[in-house]
Design a protein around this ligand. Structure first.
Ligand code: NAD
Length: 265
């Protein structure tokens, strides 16, 4: 049996770090070439993809900019001739990007809505919802133009379904990603482009750096994670691989939860 993604081309936003990087590497191991699109330099991921024997380019991109979203897809076409898969993993937990566990330790209600600046809420929505919409739109337009179908996977979160005090913009944004996935899945279902989501639980990436040293935050996270551990980026990448490839050919508009048992129905 051949590799699951042999000679496919995948655009991975957020591909410089964490879940996006792990997904890019796993896809390369399965035969795909990769466009690493990120605010941060993507050279490390490009190196890892090349180590796995595939080609990759790094495209600096701010997914809150429509022109950057269009350009990263165009770069994939220009370099590799086509784009078949998109992973929308670029995301932030707070305005600064990382989880707010440290702030919460100092002042438990610092990030409650009553204390929240409008700009903080706006920034998270811009990156996590608007950015994903513009990423998906650019990908879908290219896939439709090619006429060869495609698979888009949005990285939502278990926070799409679990309300977390102090994380209103994040929870709202991820619920938005989940609904966007369902709407786009429907819109494109008869046109050969599938749109699904992965909703990870707590996963050991730079986004949650320091959570293990913050006892109240870590204890809370583990209390809603029956496996009592963080997930690994590789475990999330495995779910992305399933949804990106032909093994999931009858799935669209769905969200899978690699989340250590957070959801049991
Ligand atoms: N780590 C977790 O516990 C967890 C859980 C559920 C969902 N997620 C989601 O997984 C996705 C990946 O996060 P991660 O945990 O790998 O964190 P991460 O911080 O390691 O990676 C996020 C990447 O997105 C990039 N990025 C942020 N804003 C961007 C923008 N405007 N344009 C382009 N790139 C941008 C960052 O530079 C970074 O490389 C995010 O959508 C996150 O919300 C993470």
């Amino acid at each position: 049996m051949g590799a699951a993604l042999q000679d496919k081309v995948a655009v991975v936003t957020g591909g410089a770090s964490g879940i996006g990087q792990a997904t890019a590497v796993r896809f390369a191991q399965e035969g795909a070439d990769i466009v690493v699109a990120d605010l941060q330099p993507g050279e490390e991921t490009v190196g890892l993809v090349k180590d796995a024997g595939r080609r990759a380019i790094s495209v600096p991109a701010d997914t809150t900019q429509e022109s950057d979203c269009d350009a990263m897809v165009a770069a994939g076409v220009s370099e590799f001739g086509h784009v078949d898969i998109g992973i929308a993993a670029a995301g932030i937990a707070t305005r600064g990007g990382r989880s707010n566990v440290q702030t919460t330790q100092v002042q438990p209600d610092a990030n409650h809505v009553v204390n929240l600046d409008t700009e903080v809420f706006q920034r998270v929505i811009d990156v996590n919802v608007l950015g994903v919409m513009m990423t998906d739109r650019a990908l879908a337009r290219q896939m439709l133009a090619q006429g060869t179908g495609g698979s888009i996977v949005n990285i939502a979160s278990s926070a799409a379904k679990i309300p977390l005090a102090g994380a209103s913009p994040y929870c709202v944004s991820k619920a938005g990603v989940w609904m966007l996935t369902k709407v786009m899945g429907l819109e494109l279902a008869a046109r050969g482009v599938r749109v699904n989501a992965v909703g990870p639980g707590y996963t050991a990436t730079p986004m949650v750096d320091g959570i293990e040293d913050n006892k109240p935050a870590y204890d809370f996270a583990m209390s809603i994670t029956p496996m009592h551990r963080l997930g690994t980026p590789a475990e999330i990448a495995a779910a992305c691989l399933f949804l990106a490839g032909e093994e999931s050919s009858f799935f669209t508009g769905q969200m899978l939860h690699p989340a250590g048992g957070q959801f049991t129905d």
